[in-house]
Design a protein. Structure first.
Length: 326
């Protein structure tokens, strides 16, 4: 066991305790957490900074307002319902259309039909705090349903892929694409069975993927290769991620970005406690990159310059690292 720990440390693997003590506690003041823990606040901060986000159609803040759901979506054929303070994709409903035969029925991304009353009941549960991080009363956001870029047509099952970028002191440090699967119920969540593919920071090309800690080069449902995909508008995506630091003030940050086929990259959400499985997807550790950022850190650099520096500093080669040898 000690030999394993020693090898992981030598590879620059960032552990949970080190992440919490040295980075989250030191660089993320708790008073700033609401900026990312509440998606309605995150969305407004991004909008105020001129950053693109999915359109907000309406917000339901208490049980009395649940009745407003029908009016909010009256002219909408697709939309997403999500808790403002949820995490891990829990509580999110993705509606992709309306039933032609059943009045007041909607079709979910899974193909199942759901009634207006069932959605209102779900919204009531959201407002009651069933999915909030703290268990306290929450708000339900009803927003634009992203239609993902054709680049991901063959490597995603039902849901919308996203790009997770770890940003350290304003510099993008590591990235991965999270690809929904049947096992993850169409959610881009690695803990629920989505595929994570590392990304070469210099080019935006996907690397070897990981599925439940196993190396994979194919999507488990479609059989399509997940390696060698070029993510569209990669430089702009890194700039968006770098700007996440500017609008939140958080020094250790996860930025999730989706790529809409019509609107391009959109900020989906941000996270003050991003997980560490991104290291598995990239077959390399975060610690060495963090150390390098500390060496080159310049508070005067703008987001565009920080993104350019990260592309230069952190190219990634396809490899199977010590992560899978120990």
């Amino acid at each position: 066991m000690f030999n394993v720990a020693k090898k992981l440390r030598a590879e620059g693997i960032l552990g949970l305790n080190e992440r919490n003590a040295n980075f989250i506690m030191r660089l993320n003041p708790r008073r700033l957490y609401p900026r990312v823990d509440d998606k309605s606040i995150t969305k407004q901060l991004a909008l105020d900074a001129g950053m693109a986000v999915p359109d907000l159609y309406g917000m339901i803040e208490n049980q009395r307002e649940v009745r407003n759901f029908g009016d909010i979506v009256a002219e909408r054929h697709s939309f997403v319902v999500k808790p403002a303070q949820g995490s891990g994709g829990d509580g999110i409903l993705v509606v992709t259309g309306r039933s032609q035969r059943r009045r007041n029925s909607f079709r979910l991304s899974s193909g199942l039909l759901i009634s207006k009353a069932e959605i209102e009941h779900h919204i009531s549960n959201i407002v009651g705090g069933q999915y909030s991080l703290s268990g306290n009363p929450d708000k339900a956001l009803i927003e634009y349903c992203v239609r993902f870029d054709p680049t991901f047509d063959e490597v995603s099952y039902q849901g919308v892929p996203d790009v997770r970028i770890i940003v350290y002191r304003g510099y993008p440090a590591m990235a991965m694409v999270r690809l929904p699967t049947r096992a993850s119920d169409g959610k881009a969540n690695l803990h629920q069975g989505a595929v994570g593919a590392g990304v070469d920071m210099s080019s935006g090309e996907t690397l070897t993927g990981v599925l439940q800690n196993d190396i994979t080069e194919e999507h488990p449902d479609t059989g399509a290769l997940i390696t060698g995909l070029l993510i569209p508008q990669w430089n702009f995506i890194l700039q968006l991620a770098a700007r996440g630091f500017d609008v939140t003030g958080l020094g250790y940050l996860g930025v999730d970005i989706v790529i809409d086929r019509d609107r391009g990259p959109l900020i989906l959400e941000m996270n003050a406690r991003p997980g560490l499985n991104i290291q598995i997807a990239n077959c390399t550790g975060l610690s060495k990159r963090i150390k390098r950022i500390d060496e080159i850190y310049d508070p005067a650099k703008k987001a565009e310059e920080r993104a350019r520096i990260s592309r230069k500093e952190f190219p990634t080669q396809r490899q199977t690292s010590i992560l899978f040898d120990v």
